[in-house]
Design a protein around this ligand. Structure first.
Ligand code: AHR
Length: 510
């Protein structure tokens, strides 16, 4: 049996839960848009082509903000191609994903879909092949009320009211040599600064995200952020982080500890941003937008939907990186959400990549059904139940030794306290593969009166850690976690091996 002791104190808070950390991402990539969220002619599609079955799952999962339209795609995209009468929109080659883009879906369709899904739009601009002019024109088209050529074009295209998009990404992964229009940090820093300035001249209320590193292993990681922020500090509000993780060579222990790299990545970017703040004598603080994160099997699984395999032919919405997620992946995703919550004093936006089909919690077949992957559940429950204040967590736990990251607590946790509704929520991931874990949580300054919810995701009956949901059925999901006790200051529970759990207790101030 493993053991973990967690102490939280109602007075030791990290931040109010930034609701934007429960974001997601829709890219014109593979089948995320076409035959994902949008499929005219599907039996579940509404009159505009939006799939109602997918929309229902999106609402159940509860993303708060969705980034669009890419990703690598955006670095070669002309936003003008996606507006106006559909029959007049050009068919183009998308070099990023070797795909034929029909442009049947564009900005108006995404904004309309986002309203149906009840999510905020986070719009990315193309700073790969385009620049300051296209950036400011897009802001004018989207956000200016009317009376100018571009805003009147939006109105003529059917949107009388401005879209009022607040969140804008200044490009995507321009530190990466794979990116169309890849730049040096100097080139990008100056371009981001000027694009930001011109966009703010059009709409001073927007919030801007500068491109950070594509992952913490990039050779330029650190110097990229320094140089970019040295140029653009005053003009931007956030710096981005992207990270994808996977299990390598059956090393489950390291994979389950991947959130330690996420912690390191976040803390390093915070330090870098704050060093530039100090050396530049700035007053304001730059926060973090972790606007792509997930499990993604980039190596080792050479399946026919890898981009390299489809590159031989030009096709519309090819099947690309439709990873199937298992129990282990769901536990890891739970630890990523914990890391984001624990760093919510600085991480104010985060987007799981992506939403449907492409490395996604939701899968949908063309002319077929939609279903939830295992990783759907930690996201759905954390988004729904992480409310109020994030509490600092002091953990004393047995440790798992890992080859990549050293020692990792066997139980990973984040905690929130919703004072208004009188509940504490504990989000727990158990990394141990063999034994159960006994957990004692001490709630200082609060009295736990009863358990209001206790659910666990773990290996299903007769399955193993690779069990996954498929088109045939959903075997990986939540079930009740029995035996949770709330006794005054202490909550006790037992986690099965390899599990993710949420426990919510009613509390009173002590
Ligand atoms: O989410 C898939 C791809 O991963 C995105 O297009 C890109 O930004 C990242 O490298």
């Amino acid at each position: 049996m493993s053991r973990a002791r967690i102490v939280v104190d109602r007075d030791f808070t990290v931040s109010e839960v930034p609701r934007r950390i429960f974001g997601s991402f829709v890219e014109h990539m593979g089948r995320c848009v076409y035959t994902g969220i949008y499929e005219p002619g599907h039996p579940e599609a509404d009159e505009r082509g939006y799939r109602r079955d997918v929309l229902a799952l999106v609402k159940e999962m509860g993303p708060t903000v969705v980034r669009y339209p890419g990703g690598n795609f955006v670095s070669g995209y002309n936003w003008e191609d996606g507006v106006g009468p559909v029959e007049d929109r050009p068919v183009r080659l998308d070099g990023a994903w070797h795909t034929v883009e029909t442009n049947a879906f564009g900005l108006h369709e995404f904004v309309e879909w986002a309203r149906l899904a009840d999510v905020e739009v986070m719009e990315a601009i193309n700073l790969g092949t385009r620049g300051v002019d296209a950036a400011r024109e897009l802001v004018e088209y989207a956000n200016h009320p009317g009376g100018t050529r571009l805003s009147d074009m939006r109105i003529a295209n059917g949107a009388k009211e401005p879209f009022d998009i607040k969140l804008w990404c200044l490009g995507n992964e321009l530190d990466g040599p794979w990116q169309i229009g890849h730049k040096t940090p100097e080139e990008y820093g100056r371009l981001a600064q000027e694009a930001a300035k011109a966009m703010r001249f059009v709409d001073p209320t927007i919030e801007l995200v500068a491109v950070g590193s594509s992952n913490s292993g990039m050779p330029t990681f650190g110097t990229w952020e320094q140089t970019v922020l040295r140029h653009a500090y005053d003009e931007v509000d956030y710096i981005s982080l992207h990270a994808y993780y996977q299990e390598h060579d059956g090393d489950a222990a390291s994979f389950l500890a991947s959130a330690l790299d996420m912690d390191y990545f976040i803390e390093s970017v915070v330090s870098t941003a704050d060093a530039i703040k100090a050396s530049g004598k700035h007053r304001k603080q730059i926060n973090l937008s972790f606007d792509e994160w997930n499990v993604w099997y980039q190596t080792g699984l050479e399946t026919e939907d890898q981009p390299s395999a489809v590159a031989a032919t030009w096709r519309e919405h090819p099947r690309l990186i439709e990873d199937t997620y298992n129990v282990t992946d769901a536990v890891v995703v739970g630890t990523f959400l914990n890391s984001l919550l624990r760093h919510s004093d600085r991480v104010k936006i985060a987007n799981q990549a992506q939403l449907v089909n492409v490395i996604a919690p939701i899968r949908a077949e063309e002319n077929g059904p939609a279903w939830r992957q295992s990783i759907f559940w930690p996201f759905a429950r954390t988004s729904a139940l992480a409310r109020g204040q994030v509490l600092r967590t002091a953990v004393t736990s047995d440790v798992v030794d890992t080859a990549r990251y050293g020692g990792a607590d066997v139980v990973d946790v984040s905690a929130t306290w919703d004072e208004e509704n009188g509940v504490v929520a504990l989000f727990l991931a158990h990394r141990g593969l063999e034994e159960s874990a006994d957990v004692e949580a001490v709630l200082r300054g609060l009295t736990a009166t009863r358990v209001t919810r206790a659910e666990v995701l773990t290996t299903p009956e007769g399955g193993d850690r690779f069990s996954a949901n498929t088109i045939e059925g959903e075997t990986v999901g939540l079930r009740d976690l029995d035996g949770v006790a709330a006794d005054g200051e202490t909550v006790t529970l037992r986690l099965p091996p390899l599990s993710w759990a949420v426990v919510q207790v009613a509390v009173e101030r002590r």
